[in-house]
Design a protein around this ligand. Structure first.
Ligand SMILES: [Zn+2]
Length: 262
C-alpha cells in the first residue's frame, strides 16, 4: 500500500489521526480509556459518540510515522508539560505568551494535524477537505520539513476556561472533543475549527489578506506562541454545540459523571 506522505509502496502502520498524546494528556480517556466525541450538526445540537481508544487508520509508513512523532513529542512538551496547563488556567488575561517555542517543530506539528485530518477517510474528519492543491502543497511541505511562512496554514489556539474557580470541572470537560468543522469566515477565509484536549484550534487555510488581529495569534518566527484564553460564551461554536450537547447528555443520564458549570 502507498504511504500517504512519501507516496512509496510500504507496509502501512495504524496511524493516529489525532496524536495519542492529546488523548492521554488531556484526560480524554476516562479510567477505561474512553472518551466522548460531540459530532456537530447544522442544527447546533451535536450527536454524541462514546469511543474506546483513539481513531486510527492505515495511513503512513514507519519512516513517516517517525518523522511526525518527533514533532508530536515536542508539541506535547509545549502544551502539556507539568505546570503548563496550570499556568494557562490560572491566568485571567486574554493572551498567554509561550516563549521559546521552536517554530519549525511546532508549526510542522500543527500542519501535520490538519493534513492528516484531510487525508483521513474516517467519518469523524469528513468536514476537513483541503482540496487537491492545498493537500498536495502541505504533503510536500511536511515531507520536506518545510514549516513555511507564519501565515502559510497558520493556526491559532484558544484555551477554553469553563470556570476559572472550578478547575476540577474544567478537567472533566476536557474529556469531550468537538469534531472538526469547515467554516467560511465573513471575509471569505476557509478555516477549520476543532475543540480537543482543552484547546480550540482554528486552522486558517486561505492566505489572502488575513486580518492583523488573526495573524498576530499565529506562532511566529521569533518563537512566540500566543494562546488566547476564553470562556465558552466567547466562542459561539463551543457554547452552541459542546455545551448544549453536554446539557442534553446530563439530562439523559449518560455514562459520564460531571458537574455542569453554572
Ligand atoms: Zn512514508
Amino acid at each position: 500500500m502507498k504511504c500517504k506522505l512519501c507516496l512509496k509502496e510500504r507496509e502501512l502502520k495504524d496511524s493516529h489521526i489525532i496524536p495519542e498524546f492529546i488523548y492521554e494528556c488531556s484526560g480524554l480517556y476516562d479510567g477505561k480509556q474512553r472518551f466522548t466525541i460531540v459530532k456537530r450538526t447544522d442544527e447546533g445540537m451535536g450527536e454524541l459518540e462514546l469511543r474506546q481508544k483513539g481513531l486510527k487508520e492505515k495511513l503512513l509508513c514507519g519512516d513517516c510515522e517517525n518523522r511526525i512523532s518527533k514533532w508530536e513529542g515536542y508539541a506535547r512538551w509545549v502544551i502539556y508539560s507539568p505546570g503548563k496547563s496550570e499556568q494557562v488556567k490560572s491566568v485571567r488575561t486574554r493572551v498567554v505568551l509561550y516563549e521559546n517555542v521552536e517554530y519549525d517543530k511546532f508549526k510542522l506539528f500543527q500542519m501535520s494535524l490538519l493534513w492528516r485530518m484531510s487525508v483521513s477517510k474516517l467519518k469523524q474528519f469528513s468536514e476537513v477537505r483541503l482540496g487537491r492543491r492545498h493537500q498536495e502543497t502541505m504533503r510536500r511541505m511536511i515531507l520536506d520539513e518545510d514549516s513555511g511562512a507564519e501565515d502559510d496554514y497558520g493556526c491559532f489556539m484558544t484555551v477554553i476556561i469553563f470556570d476559572p474557580n472550578d478547575l476540577a470541572s474544567n478537567e472533566q470537560l476536557r474529556r469531550f472533543w468537538l469534531s472538526p468543522r469547515r467554516v467560511r469566515t465573513r471575509d471569505g477565509h476557509i478555516s477549520y475549527t476543532m475543540f480537543i484536549g482543552g484547546f480550540y484550534y482554528v486552522f486558517v487555510v486561505s492566505k489572502h489578506h488575513i486580518p492583523r488581529e488573526i495573524r498576530q495569534l499565529f506562532l511566529d518566527r521569533t518563537n512566540q506562541l500566543p494562546i488566547l484564553a476564553a470562556t465558552p460564551d466567547e466562542v459561539p461554536d463551543v457554547k452552541g454545540n459542546l455545551l448544549k450537547s453536554l446539557l442534553h447528555l446530563r439530562r439523559s443520564a449518560g455514562s459520564h459523571e460531571f458537574r455542569f458549570p453554572s
